[in-house]
Design a protein. Structure first.
Lengths: 258, 270
């Protein structure tokens, strides 16, 4: 299975009659079992790219192709930034939502939810509602919910950016462990350089206005990775290289009058 | 400049003041008012014609319950409220959901609602009587109209207030249009719709009493007006107490319904 993003552009009409080029001519492949991170400053269109790949937004030009995707299965599932769990559903019913809308019978749904809640370490919380959970636990549920439909490509849109720094660090390690166990293809959007380098097999660096791919860097760090990976000189130098690449755009984003 | 410069500033530890539960204070106030009232009546400072003692009102309530008088009036009023509320809530909810899911329908319906909403619904009674004759129909219709407005507006607001992120999440997980409506928009709008019912219930009570005072031979509103005319202050007071209990009961009932239908909102209810 391979996902090809081919010359995708996305243009929005701007309020003053102009045009906002969110994505310009973005091409990108995600291979089977690959973890690709997209790194860029805020406003670089990386979330837009994710929504286009998810089929939630149509590209203005270009196309997204899923080659050799298994028939009938889900192509993608998205883990959003925060608060995207259904508050009126228990943890279990959140996890099985995607199976429910596909008409999968209850017994099977129950089995899947058990297995996935065990995977994300939330066995005892199946009957709780999201508001009972901490931010980190909620994002674990969101991950389990997305994995339940067995997507060919898992899309993650800054899933840990709303968490406090320590929870975020723990969730990154947790995600690495989940990925080791499932080896699912992941496209992961973030503005955090350390996160992009720690998680990804490849880091795709984007510029802002228009959103374009500036550079693609393979991450030469061995797996499985953990917190000691961040002490590796190769990690430090790649983080620095990425920072040099996006520094200018990040400054610009900072001084942007909203 | 402070003249005590050089003095250390000290915040001393102090035990947290003991907190009295709110219900205790409220209950005490209620009992106190009752006792003062009873004393005023017993001492004859105010004639019983104007202010019967609480115990006398209780005794009157006992008599009216045993004779069935209170039940008859209560039954009639509840019937009118039930029918009017059911009708207004059903039509209001369906129409609100429709208006919320279509911009075109909202563009058509909004000016109509905005133009008719400000009319105090009791003012419609003469028109209703003209259209529907005297009897139960005009009262029920007026209550239904009174309930309709808050319900339709809340149902609309509930649908429009659905978080677009929820809709995206559902779509990304494979939900099709009707599934998004049934599994996302409806549950998300439910608490707002129920809040509309609570508003509607209050209005229904107000309207049934008003209608019964204008044009009726039974019901709590009639009981109050009629007792006043005959200077049967005890009966009048029993009628007022019944309305108070009715209001409390409807609020409590709808809150219980909400807790059962929307358990995820418990945090916000506190």
């Amino acid at each position: 299975m391979r996902v090809r993003v081919d010359s995708v552009s996305k243009v929005y009409p701007a309020p003053a009659g102009g045009r906002l080029v969110a994505l310009e001519n973005v091409s990108l492949d995600v291979h089977d079992g690959e973890f690709v991170t997209i790194l860029g400053p805020s406003g670089c269109g990386k979330s837009t790219l994710l929504q286009v790949v998810a089929g939630l937004e149509a590209p203005t030009r270009g196309r997204v192709t899923f080659e050799g995707a298994p028939l009938g299965a889900a192509l993608t599932a998205v883990v959003f930034q925060e608060h995207a769990l259904f508050p009126w559903r228990t943890v279990r019913d959140n996890v099985t939502f995607g199976l429910e809308v596909r008409g999968i019978p209850g017994a099977e749904r129950l089995a899947v939810s058990r297995q996935l809640l065990a995977l994300v370490g939330l066995e005892g919380f199946a009957d709780r509602y999201p508001h009972h959970l901490s931010g980190g636990m909620r994002q674990r549920v969101a991950i389990a919910r997305a994995l339940a439909v067995e997507p060919a490509l898992l899309l993650m849109d800054e899933p840990f950016s709303a968490l406090d720094a320590q929870s975020r660090a723990l969730m990154q390690l947790e995600l690495l462990a989940i990925w080791e166990r499932t080896r699912r293809s992941i496209l992961y959007v973030t503005h955090q350089i350390q996160e992009a380098v720690l998680l990804g097999d490849r880091v795709v660096v984007m510029t802002r206005r228009p959103g374009r791919i500036l550079a693609v860097r393979p991450v030469p760090l061995p797996r499985p990775r953990d917190e000691r990976t961040m002490l590796d000189p190769a990690f430090v130098s790649l983080v620095d290289e990425c920072w040099q690449l996006i520094k200018h755009d990040a400054r610009e984003a900072l001084s942007d009058a909203r | 400049m402070r003249d005590d410069a050089g003095q250390p500033i000290v915040y001393e530890g102090a035990p947290a003041p003991a907190e009295r539960p709110a219900w205790l204070l409220g209950g005490a106030a209620l009992v106190l008012v009752g006792l003062v009232w009873e004393a005023i009546a017993r001492l004859g400072w105010v004639p019983a014609l104007f202010l019967p003692a609480p115990t006398a009102i209780l005794a009157e309530a006992g008599r009216m319950t045993r004779s069935g008088e209170l039940w008859r009036h209560l039954g009639v009023s509840l019937g009118r409220v039930g029918l009017g509320f059911g009708l207004g809530a059903a039509v209001g909810t369906s129409l609100g959901l429709l208006l919320g899911s279509s911009r075109t329908l909202w563009a058509i319906g909004n000016p109509l609602i905005a133009a008719t909403y400000p009319i105090p619904k009791i003012a419609l009674l003469p028109l209703m009587i003209l259209w529907l004759g005297i009897g139960e129909a005009p009262k029920v219709a007026m209550i239904a109209l009174g309930v309709f407005f808050p319900v339709v507006i809340n149902a609309y607001a509930g649908v429009r207030g659905t978080d677009p992120l929820m809709v995206k999440a559902a779509k990304s997980l494979g939900a099709v249009r009707w599934q998004v409506i049934v599994k996302v928009v409806l549950p998300s709008a439910l608490p707002t719709i129920l809040a509309g019912y609570r508003l509607g219930a209050g209005i229904a009570l107000l309207l049934v009493v008003s209608a019964e005072m204008i044009n009726a031979t039974s019901g709590i509103g009639f009981l109050i007006l009629h007792s006043g005319d005959l200077m049967l202050t005890g009966k009048l007071m029993v009628g007022l107490a019944t309305l108070s209990l009715l209001g409390l009961a409807s609020t409590w009932g709808l809150r219980t319904l909400e807790a059962w239908l929307a358990p995820w909102k418990e945090e916000e209810r506190g």
